[in-house]
Design a protein around this ligand. Structure first.
Ligand SMILES: CCCCCCCC/C=C\CCCCCCCCCC(=O)SCCNC(=O)CCNC(=O)[C@H](O)C(C)(C)COP(=O)(O)OP(=O)(O)OC[C@H]1O[C@@H](n2cnc3c(N)ncnc32)[C@H](O)[C@@H]1OP(=O)(O)O
Ligand SMILES: Cc1cc2nc3c(=O)[nH]c(=O)nc-3n(C[C@H](O)[C@H](O)[C@H](O)COP(=O)(O)OP(=O)(O)OC[C@H]3O[C@@H](n4cnc5c(N)ncnc54)[C@H](O)[C@@H]3O)c2cc1C
Length: 675
């Protein structure tokens, strides 16, 4: 038996796909260890996949696209109950990475009845509830004795939290908060699993004490009777209806009618209200936004995984799909041979790797900040907020674009739900909106960049934090890409720094200039906001490149290092071409340098070609996790597409009731009228 570098090879696979795997130059298990940030976790993922493969009760009973929403929710609840019961036989207790993988394999990406429970409810209680409150609720939440969600967004307001309408008014006499929804637009709207599954929620409401508005605060609120699951008196609650995707998650609405909760249900780790109504303010005004920062930090990896699902499907399929000839004397080629197909897919493969490396750094920073905040040190909160605001926006934007490219790369079959592309796209693109609409979050980063620009302009560059230190540096007069014998990544990084610095300082100049001309600050801000968001994007893309460079520098295995270096070359050249307007407009990069960059791009497309399938295989998604006929590991696409179509509910009978009822009579009457 030959041992190949690509560990996905099996006997009996489509030979076209096997041929791709044989050319792989690196060990895909080792690459998985890079992707999942540790050899141990990559191994555990494989072990968990194997355990699940041997337990048919954890498999889908039929393809998701053939189920109604109700069936999907029922099926998801069945499997959720099983994995909750048997969790300790499958994953290490309380290992959130393993839990994430288990969920993706068994429950899939369309959500499940406890999605928000793990992603936001528990993190909110962990970060914001006092020790005493945690004893009361957190243990019960972890044990799944209660199911919760995070209810912040309302019908009328999601972005502007200061203008939420739900109020929590403190009643000193009874030591209770009275939750109230004064209008239709004040209904909570969107919280995942609120509609039908949760019996508790961390609710965000404007807190009023003795007539004074203290702004948004978080409260632990019982919603449903723990025994009957009926809504409690004073609560109006339900599902908001089907969405583009994520339809196994019951996003919900919620209204309060003068609904009372004890004072001690205000989450009081950092903020307190004493029985007499005295308010004790937190060490940082936005400390209770932590559940949002938790998701923003983790969703970078989540988005990279979605992008990689689509790329795995498209790259494998492109290796078995033959269409047309390049040399007319030769047989039809795999569509992956076309340069246009490579150009469509490979730069996104590079981006997916870049995103997962940036995501790992973000989670590390998040965990550090979480620990520091727990001890009262809030000094890094602003940096983390700026970083995650930019990353969640840039990564979700390019992820959605990449998935759409991958779908189109699959031709007509990409449009069939057998490919699963539409669901992957629908789920991923939600990330452009949830946890802060992308434009809004880019503007949050822009505030940080403008403050940093102001330090540069006032000669205080030494006070710049590490993430923005480059803003205080001086650029060379032109980029040295292709002008030095060894154009390494450092020249590219310098070029990206120049582009981001110039745009940031220019946008800040515009903003400050408008104010000097007499515009009020918010008006000047609005009139500069497109330019400011451009700066935020360029700054974030620079960060992503730097994270990629840092990772490649760390890799010791020469085979991995070589292919990751190729990917990084592809990435920096593609990114530079994509933002070439900024590079050309002040002559920092010349058009002849861009020709070099273009040549480099084509060179690396060709160099990556033999490793393309191995690069996507390295994500080690099982067929159960991918849920795509086109993306099957074995490459046997056509026979399985036919089987899939035959299994369509419409094919249960040869003649549909709609034909009997309408089409047959219509045709019969048409025929009769001809007689
Ligand atoms: C592998 C491990 C497993 C882990 C599991 C996780 C897996 C994750 C993977 C995939 C994820 C899939 C999950 C899918 C589920 C979907 C869940 C979606 C849930 C939601 O959408 S919840 C609702 C989210 N809502 C929002 O995000 C609203 C957006 N709006 C805001 O955040 C704020 O309103 C605002 C930030 C825009 C403005 O706030 P506001 O209070 O009005 O601000 P100002 O008073 O103007 O002050 C601005 C000032 O504050 C600073 N600041 C703001 N936020 C923070 C913060 N969080 N931290 C620190 N500082 C903050 C800001 O920088 C300004 O500072 P300045 O004045 O400039 O100094
Ligand atoms: C799949 C999904 C799951 C969700 N889950 C939850 C959940 O579990 N819990 C929860 O509480 N919420 C949840 N949400 C709600 C989500 O967080 C909000 O929809 C999101 O924060 C955007 O707010 P919005 O809908 O008010 O958009 P809006 O703010 O109304 O955005 C509309 C447009 O206005 C622009 N805009 C708004 N304000 C500004 C500004 N200041 N400057 C410039 N442009 C601006 C935006 O850029 C956008 O183009 C979910 C949403 C989705 C799609």
């Amino acid at each position: 038996m030959v041992h190949h570098q690509n560990k996905a090879i099996r006997e009996g696979d489509n030979p076209d796909l096997t041929a791709e795997r044989v050319t792989g130059t690196f060990d895909t298990h080792s690459m998985a260890a890079q992707i999942y940030n540790s050899e141990a976790h990559a191994r555990r993922r494989r072990e968990i996949t194997e355990i699940i493969a041997k337990r048919p009760e954890l498999h889908d009973t039929k393809p998701f696209p053939f189920m109604t929403r109700e069936e999907k929710i029922l099926e998801s609840s069945r499997k959720l109950t099983l994995i909750t019961k048997h969790m300790n036989e499958i994953i290490e207790p309380n290992n959130s990475n393993e839990m994430f993988h288990l969920n993706n394999e068994v429950l899939g990406i369309e959500g499940h009845p406890m999605a928000l429970h793990g992603i936001m409810f528990i993190p909110a209680l962990t970060a914001q509830a006092s020790e005493e409150q945690q004893k009361k609720w957190l243990t019960r939440a972890i044990n799944r004795e209660i199911v919760g969600t995070y209810a912040q967004t309302e019908l009328g307001h999601g972005t502007n939290l200061q203008n939420l309408e739900t109020t929590a008014t403190y009643d000193v006499a009874t030591q209770e908060f009275v939750l109230h929804t004064p209008t239709i637009t004040g209904l909570k709207w969107w919280p995942g699993n609120l509609g039908k599954s949760s019996n508790y929620a961390v609710v965000v409401a404007l807190m009023f004490i003795k007539g004074k508005n203290y702004g948004p605060h978080t409260f632990m609120v019982p919603l449903r009777d723990e025994k009957t699951h009926q809504p409690l008196k004073g609560i109006t609650i339900g599902d908001i209806g089907p969405k583009i995707a994520y339809n196994v998650t019951d996003n919900g609405f919620l209204g309060f009618d003068h609904y009372r909760i004890p004072r001690t249900n205000l989450l009081m780790r950092h903020t307190r209200v004493e029985p007499d109504g005295t308010y004790v303010k937190p060490p940082h005004a936005k400390i209770n936004y932590s559940a949002m920062v938790h998701v923003r930090s983790h969703m970078i990896t989540g988005q990279a995984i979605m992008l990689s699902y689509a790329l795995t499907i498209a790259t494998r399929y492109s290796s078995v799909r033959r269409q047309g000839q390049i040399d007319t004397t030769q047989p039809e080629v795999k569509v992956l041979e076309y340069q246009t197909q490579q150009h469509r897919l490979f730069p996104y493969i590079a981006r997916a790797y870049a995103f997962v490396f940036a995501g790992a750094e973000t989670v590390k920073l998040y965990e550090r900040v979480l620990e520091e905040v727990a001890t009262g040190n809030v000094s890094l909160m602003a940096d983390l907020h700026a970083l995650t605001s930019g990353l969640k926006s840039v990564v979700s934007h390019y992820t959605a674009q990449g998935i759409e490219q991958a779908r189109m790369a699959c031709g007509g079959h990409g449009y069939s739900q057998a490919s699963y592309m539409s669901e992957i796209f629908g789920v991923a693109v939600g990330g452009c909106t949830y946890e802060g609409e992308n434009m809004v979050m880019l503007l949050q980063l822009a505030r940080y960049l403008v403050k940093s620009a102001s330090l540069v302009k006032t000669g205080q560059s030494s006070k710049l934090g590490p993430l923005v230190a480059y803003l205080g540096a001086k650029s060379d007069s032109t980029s040295l890409i292709d002008r030095t014998p060894t154009t390494g990544f450092a020249e590219y990084v310098k070029t990206f720094q120049h582009i981001a610095r110039r745009q940031t300082l220019k946008a800040a100049d515009k903003f400050f200039g408008l104010m000097e001309k007499g515009e009020k600050r918010p008006i000047a801000w609005n009139k500069s906001s497109v330019e400011l968001n451009r700066a935020s994007r360029l700054h974030t893309r620079l960060y992503i490149v730097e994270a990629f460079v840092r990772r490649v520098e760390e890799v010791a295995d020469p085979r991995l290092k070589e292919v990751l270096t190729d990917l990084l070359h592809l990435h920096v050249n593609y990114e530079l071409l994509d933002m070439s307007t900024y590079a050309l407009e002040d002559g920092f990069v010349s058009s002849s340098q861009l020709d070099y960059v273009r040549d480099q791009l084509y060179f690396y497309l060709a160099k990556i070609r033999p490793n393309a399938v191995s690069l996507v295989d390295s994500w080690e998604f099982s067929d159960q996790e991918l849920r795509s006929v086109l993306g099957r590991r074995d490459g046997h696409v056509y026979e399985n597409l036919f089987a899939w179509a035959k299994a369509s509910p419409l094919n249960k009978t040869d003649v549909l009731p709609s034909v009997d009822k309408y089409l047959k009579p219509l045709m019969e009457s048409a025929r009769a009228s001809k007689l």
